[in-house]
Structure formats: structure tokens, C-alpha cells
Design a protein around this ligand. Structure first.
Ligand SMILES: Nc1ncnc2c1ncn2[C@@H]1O[C@H](COP(=O)(O)OP(=O)(O)OP(=O)(O)O)[C@@H](O)[C@H]1O
Ligand SMILES: [Mg+2]
Length: 267
């Protein structure tokens, strides 16, 4: 077990690039352009943002968007404090005032009024109007907006509007090549690359079923979970079932078919 090796991590969260995304992020940052990351669940989007923010020495504010998230949750609101009404900045306003990266995860989940706030901030005006206080904040050069979403399982209703999408420089994420993914899963879990290889092979076969029997393929995240369980002493068969099959489906027939596929690859 490689617990010690995992503890002695460098300060920058490890990220293995698939292409030129690090240079793109850095250039977007230099040129003050907002960035949109899209790709399947667990393929490294969040890790990429933490890596880049740390590498560029920028504070990072992350907001996980949900279907109840309104513009005021990002900008702020008046709250009653000790009998007085005071304005309290939301996470986006704070990031605009202080500078740094503001990362809105799963942006498509947020309510429609969020677009109203994001639009003036993501074109050449770079301003955040605070309707309630009458303020209009100009984003400093040290502010960068990054949003992400998974286009796979979103309904058309939830897709981003072109007028929002076309305000961002976009990067499409996908799973890493086989050799690269083996390296990442081994480094993240502590399990040897030799032991990780069949897991990645199985993941690639399961991913090929996406759209037929499965809504989403096995993520790199699940591969890391699986390898960690094996590294901690669980049998590969049990680990694969718990981390790579059960999270994928609730359909008994599909599960049986996936387990058969797994047994053919994992001894
Ligand atoms: N390129 C990569 N380099 C290093 N680790 C990676 C990479 N891709 C994936 N991982 C591993 O996979 C895990 C999941 O990645 P991450 O949380 O960034 O996914 P995500 O794309 O943000 O997923 P979601 O859309 O579900 O939020 C990470 O914690 C990390 O262990
Ligand atoms: Mg994420």
C-alpha cells in the first residue's frame, strides 16, 4: 500500500494533460477571456481548474451549481444582522472584487437569471452589475471566470443558450489515452501500473457501451476508486463490482451483462 507516497504530494494538484489545455488556460487568463470546459463526468475538469489556479498562484472560488441556484446566490443579498440590514457579497462578487478564478461547476443546472449576471461579465465590458446595491463592479485583470458542464446527459432544455456559450473560449475534455490513464490511475491510487492495466482496459470496453446500455461510461474517478480498493487489499473482482459496475446501472439485466464482461477481462 502506498499511503506515504500519496501524502507527500507537491502543493500543485497533479494533472496529466491530454493536449494543449494548460497553455490554452494560461493564454485565456493572460488575455482576460472566460473559459468553458465540457466533458463527461470524472474526466478531470475540476482537477484541471485546481491545478491551473494553483500553478498561476490564483485564489480559486468554486461554486457547484444546482437547479435552485439563483443569480442572488452568486452576487449576494441584503441580510439582517443585529437589527441592521447589511449587504453580503456572494462568491462571484467576492471573486470579482478580490481577483482570482471563479469556477462555476455544472453551470447548466443553474436558474435562468444567472445568465443575466454572467453576460456583461463575459463580454468585453467585464462588469458585474449589482442591481440591489446599484453598484457596477469592473472585473480586475486578475479575475477569470471558468464554467463547466457535462453535455452528455443534459436535456435540450438544459443546454446552454448560444448567446451564453459564445461568450467563452471552450475546451472539450475526454478520457485520456490508455497509456496516460494507466499512469494517472496508478499515481492517484498507489496501485502498480501492471495491476491498473486490466482495469483501464475494462473501462474502455465499458465506455464503448455508452449510448446503448449505459448513459455514461466509467469515469477516471471510478477507476481511481477501484484501484484504491484493490491497493487497500480488496480482491479485484469485488473492487470492480463495487466501483466499476454497480455505480453504472440499476438495471438487473444490464448489470449481469456488465459483470460478464468484467469477468472476461479481470481474473
Ligand atoms: N488528467 C488527469 N490528471 C490527473 N488526475 C485525473 C485526470 N483526469 C482525471 N483524474 C482523476 O479523476 C478524478 C476525477 O476528476 P474530476 O473530479 O476533475 O472530474 P470532473 O471532470 O470534474 O467530473 P464531474 O463532471 O463529475 O465534476 C480526479 O480526482 C483525479 O483523481
Ligand atoms: Mg467536477
Amino acid at each position: 500500500m502506498n499511503i506515504i507516497a500519496r501524502k507527500i504530494q507537491p502543493d500543485i494538484p497533479a494533472y496529466s494533460p491530454a493536449g494543449n489545455e494548460c497553455a490554452l488556460f494560461e493564454t485565456a487568463w493572460t488575455r482576460q477571456l472566460p473559459l468553458l470546459l465540457k466533458g463527461p463526468t470524472g474526466c478531470g475538469k475540476t482537477r484541471f481548474v485546481s491545478h491551473m489556479a494553483e500553478k498561476l498562484g490564483l485564489p480559486l472560488t468554486t461554486v457547484s451549481c444546482h437547479d435552485d441556484l439563483a443569480a442572488a446566490d452568486l452576487t449576494g443579498r441584503f441580510l439582517l444582522k443585529g437589527g441592521e440590514t447589511v449587504w453580503v457579497d456572494g462568491p462571484l462578487t467576492r471573486a470579482v472584487r478580490d481577483g482570482g478564478v471563479c469556477y462555476l461547476d455544472e453551470i447548466v443546472e443553474a436558474r435562468k437569471d444567472v445568465a443575466v449576471v454572467l453576460h456583461p461579465l463575459t463580454d468585453d465590458r467585464r462588469i458585474l452589475p449589482l442591481e440591489r446595491t446599484g453598484e457596477e463592479l469592473e472585473a480586475p485583470p486578475a479575475f477569470m471566470l471558468v464554467v463547466s458542464y457535462n453535455p452528455g446527459y443534459q436535456s435540450l432544455l438544459k443546454a446552454l443558450k448560444p448567446s451564453t456559450r459564445q461568450r467563452f473560449v471552450a475546451i472539450e475534455f475526454d478520457f485520456l489515452t490508455k497509456a496516460r490513464e494507466i499512469e494517472v490511475v496508478s499515481a492517484e491510487s498507489g496501485l502498480s501500473t501492471v495491476a491498473v492495466e486490466p482495469l483501464v482496459e475494462l473501462a474502455r470496453r465499458l465506455r464503448a457501451l455508452k449510448g446503448h446500455d449505459l448513459e455514461e461510461g466509467v469515469s477516471t474517478r471510478l477507476l481511481v476508486y477501484c484501484a484504491s480498493l484493490i491497493d487497500a487489499g480488496l480482491s479485484p473482482r469485488d473492487a470492480v463490482r463495487a466501483a466499476m459496475i454497480e455505480p453504472l446501472t440499476d438495471e438487473p439485466d444490464v448489470r449481469t451483462a456488465l459483470l460478464e464482461l468484467a469477468q472476461a477481462v479481470i481474473r
